[in-house]
Design a protein around this ligand. Structure first.
Ligand code: ADP
Ligand code: ADP
Ligand code: ZN
Ligand code: ZN
Length: 843
């Protein structure tokens, strides 16, 4: 085994024939401005090649997994990535299930839970007739008490033994029957599905085309005659009788319809009239594909979601909810913060009998280790019941880190993408310790990072650059942090050494008297919070992870203002009042949600620059002669594009058991357009060549097309000058995607009374990029607008006009206003953790 990963001649994206030797068994930081090539080497080359070589070494087929575009890589270990793409999109997953803490608690409750006897109501202690001492048996089989019963010590009634499944909301034995363990129920939003003014024949049901209408009309008519009532298909739906409505909405087999004909068996087949019901159909299709996040999102537009009225969101059956260990139900325990849960478990040995301890000892030990790792990674404020899809990218990443640490595997290469995102400086050092422990297990830990403290803690820093895109792609400095700090020509070195820094503004903008005031906010963990955001300034909302920043800014301010200004439907989180809305006429929110879902978009189309570019092409002589209009230069509509690949330049080949592979389109050879379209040139370049340009290059080319240049300029202003126009948005990193959104919004005219809300805008940004972004935000404020950012990056916080610090801790121990004022004022607050760290850098 070698002690280095040797990469020779890497040529992908902007990497320029890069050769580098990465020391193994170390904590290695990849640094450099956004777009310099860190992820290309870390994810597209090391990760993919590590996985491919590993599969090959196991003798697995690796068709479709092409070799990385490098001359050679040796010394690579099996590779695991921990990136920002969320993997837990299943609504049945919770913090408890993905960390397995809940699984262990289920064993604890099944073995040691007390419950009321269903007959006499008296408390019944557990009986361990069939439970072996090796609890692993329980987890493996997940058996439900093997169907045995025992006698109630009070009334002799036979009580079934409990198994682990009794506490699982993902198994019928434990799930609340009303919501099947989801904790929420869906109702179909009939208004979105139906236009009641019309008859079915006229297209009352949205989404039914003529083909569907004919098919369903037959079934509906058959059903009506089967039940012997009249069904006038030319009647507007609003005039239907209750029976007709219930048949149409819920179907012939539904309780809602059958109450009209309680004695008639429903029709057996579709042709006899077994109509499914349009609402029932939507719910069934939704349930069938519950794990498909894209599909779910589409269908959710048709649904109204409510907390389950029976289990009140706890997901469990009533029988499971009343079982207690040391006086607490599994529901109560699931609502504790992990750190609090840890403390509760610590106290159990004192209340357990010797026999109980024999049954619980191993489980308690395991739970303690697991929870300890979660707390260490900074997730201690999360509760087990929190649904996994609602976690932020940083939170999900930290849960994975804790799991990996627990696996105890060694000899691996781990690749992390900004593990500190969303983490307060206070918790960063804990995370660094965790990364080092992962290293000390005998692994190579590679982090792509911008946080100076983390970079300074690395064994080796590999700095990419010098710039972004084609100006990057090289290693400009490598060595210990101290060596990189001394290296000439390394931006990261400049910041590490303090030669470059983000300056603290000399003066803060004085409040102009206008403010947006939120009164009595109580959503999630907010504790009846009243707080004012001064308008016309840059406001930073700070606090440790989980203190309530996003809840305040996005769940309350954003939604409440959208309701006021635009009449939006989504209701804000609980609060008493929002005052000062009259000072604002527009709200723009830039969160971390990915833009990638929009199919076939890229930076040019997303920012609208492409419209003007297409018009510039259509205005050329060559285009006029051939009758090519602006739409012919689009790859999204038929006309000028290659129809074989529908303008994407690639064809997707489905592979069995393997990820799909993309191959270059054999007709256009990846150029996306018909030869005729490509024959029109603007300043010597055809439209496909323009899509290969970077934003910066395109800016040069379209200097004298103001509509294009202005939009390209904002992309450059937010630090995306290196981006290729044609790069699909789905391949952008989270931070890049956020800046593309930012650029789109900045490209619009501002009213001077706009409120901008940004969620951790420095994600993915080098300090040099951060400095640029701050310049853009400053311009917005100068124009009279208001900017509110949720941030943990103190380099941003120190430049704000006003800071609102929430806390003091995450979860239930947070949600209060700890300090507010200028950064200097917050820095002088004794209670504020943020203040303590600010003090160090406000010099
Ligand atoms: P970093 O991780 O340092 O921010 P990346 O490795 O993501 O940088 O990007 C390096 C360069 O490669 C950038 O110019 C980027 O636009 C480009 N790039 C990244 N991914 C792709 C892709 N899938 N297709 C084409 N270009 C890409
Ligand atoms: P921050 O933005 O400061 O990290 P959040 O506002 O995200 O904090 O979280 C504040 C509290 O609310 C935390 O205890 C968090 O676990 C909880 N919380 C956040 N989002 C949800 C959600 N969708 N469902 C339930 N609890 C949530
Ligand atoms: Zn329920
Ligand atoms: Zn093609």
């Amino acid at each position: 085994m070698t002690d280095q990963i040797n990469i020779r001649g890497a040529r992908l994206h902007n990497l320029k024939n890069l050769s580098v030797d990465i020391p193994k068994g170390q904590l290695v930081a990849f640094t450099g401005v956004s777009g310099s090539g860190k992820s290309t080497l870390g994810f597209d080359i090391l990760l993919k090649e590590g996985q491919r070589q590993y599969m090959e070494s196991l003798g697995l087929v690796t068709y479709g997994l092409s070799k990385a575009p490098v001359e050679s890589i040796s010394g690579l270990s099996p590779t695991i990535s921990v990136d920002q793409h969320l993997t837990h999109q299943n609504p049945r997953s919770t913090v408890g299930t993905v960390t397995e803490v809940y699984t262990y608690l289920r064993v604890l409750f099944a073995r040691l839970g007390h419950r009321p006897c269903p007959v006499c109501g008296k408390n019944v202690p557990p009986v361990h007739a069939s439970a072996g001492l090796d609890w692993e048996d329980d987890t493996d089989s997940d058996a439900d008490g093997s169907g045995q019963t025992f006698a109630c010590p009070h009334c002799e009634a036979a009580i079934p033994e409990m198994g682990m499944a009794f506490f699982s909301f993902n198994k019928p034995e434990g799930a609340c029957p009303t919501c099947t363990g989801l904790g929420i129920i869906h109702r179909v939003n009939v208004d979105r599905l139906l236009d009641e003014e019309k008859s079915i024949a006229e297209g009352a049901v949205k989404g039914w085309d003529i083909h569907y209408i004919r098919h369903y009309l037959n079934t509906l008519t058959a059903a009506a005659s089967y039940f012997g009532f009249d069904f006038d298909l030319s009647r507007a739906v609003k005039n239907f009788s209750p029976a007709q409505r219930d048949l149409l909405f819920y179907g012939a087999n539904s309780p809602q319809f059958r109450r009209h004909f309680p004695d008639v068996e429903p029709p057996a087949t579709v042709s006899k009239g077994r109509f499914e019901g349009i609402a029932t159909n939507v719910l069934r299709r939704y349930a069938d594909r519950i794990e498909d996040a894209d599909y779910r999102e589409k269908m959710e537009a048709l649904l109204v979601t409510e907390t389950c009225p029976d289990c009140k969101g706890t997901r469990l059956r009533p029988e499971s909810r009343v079982v207690t260990v040391s006086g607490r139900s599994i529901v109560e325990v699931s609502r504790m913060a992990l750190s609090e849960l840890g403390a509760w478990l610590e106290g159990l040995p004192a209340v357990f009998s010797a026999q109980e301890m024999r049954l619980a000892d191993a489980i308690l030990q395991d739970l303690k280790d697991r929870i300890g790792r979660l707390v260490e990674t900074g997730a201690g404020y999360l509760t087990l019941e929190r649904s996994a899809p609602s976690l932020s990218a940083g939170e999900a990443q930290r849960l994975r880190l804790a799991n990996l640490l627990g696996s105890g595997l060694s000899g691996l290469l781990y690749v992390f993408d900004e593990p500190t995102i969303g983490l307060h400086q206070r918790d960063t050092h804990k995370l660094i310790e965790v990364l080092k422990r992962l290293r000390d297990l005998g692994n190579t830990v590679l982090v792509i990072e911008h946080d100076l403290e983390t970079i300074a803690a690395a064994d080796t820093v590999i700095d990419f650059g010098p710039g972004a895109g084609k100006h990057g792609g090289r290693v400009v400095a490598m060595g210990t942090p101290a060596q990189v700090a001394r290296a000439a020509g390394s931006l990261t070195g400049d910041y590490l050494a303090g030669r470059a820094r983000i300056v603290v503004p000399k003066r803060r903008r004085a409040p102009n008297g206008k403010a947006l005031t939120i009164r009595g906010a109580r959503h999630h963990n907010l504790q009846n919070l009243t707080v004012s955001l001064p308008l016309g300034s840059l406001v930073a909302v700070t606090g440790v992870s989980g203190s309530g920043k996003s809840t305040l800014v996005f769940d309350i301010v954003d939604r409440a203002l959208r309701q006021r200004l635009y009449g939006a439907a989504e209701s804000p989180g609980e609060h008493d009042a929002l005052e000062g809305c009259e000072y604002l006429d527009k709200i723009i929110t830039i969160d971390q949600e990915h833009v990638g879902r929009i199919p076939r978009s890229n930076a040019a189309t997303y920012s609208d620059a492409f419209t003007a570019i297409r018009e510039a092409f259509a205005a050329t002589d060559a285009a006029r002669e051939r009758g090519l209009a602006a739409r012919h230069f689009s790859f999204n509509v038929p006309g000028g594009r290659c129809e074989r690949c529908e303008g994407s330049g690639v064809l997707t080949v489905k592979m069995h058991f393997l990820p799909d592979v993309e191959v270059r389109c054999p007709v256009c050879h990846g150029r996306r357009f018909k030869p005729e379209t490509l024959s029109a040139r603007y300043k010597g370049l055809d439209i496909a060549q323009v899509l290969d340009l970077t934003v910066e290059e395109a800016l040069e080319l379209f200097r004298d097309v103001p509509a294009a240049a202005s939009r390209l300029q904002v992309l450059a202003d937010v630090g995306l000058g290196y981006l290729q126009l044609g790069q699909p948005t789905k391949t952008l990193s989270g931070g890049e995607a956020q800046r593309v959104k930012l650029a789109k919004e900045l490209g619009r005219r501002t009213s001077g009374q706009t409120l901008y809300l940004l969620d951790e805008p420095t994600t993915g940004l080098h300090l040099a990029d951060t400095a640029r972004l701050l310049e853009v935000l400053r311009r917005l404020v100068e124009a009279g607008n208001s900017v509110v950012v949720t941030e943990h990056n103190l380099e941003v916080v120190k430049t704000a006009d006003w800071v609102i610090d929430l806390g003091p801790e995450g979860g239930a121990a947070g949600g209060r206003l700890v300090a507010e004022g200028t950064p200097e004022q917050v820095a002088s607050s004794e209670e504020s953790v943020t203040g303590r760290y600010l003090r160090g850098i406000l010099r």
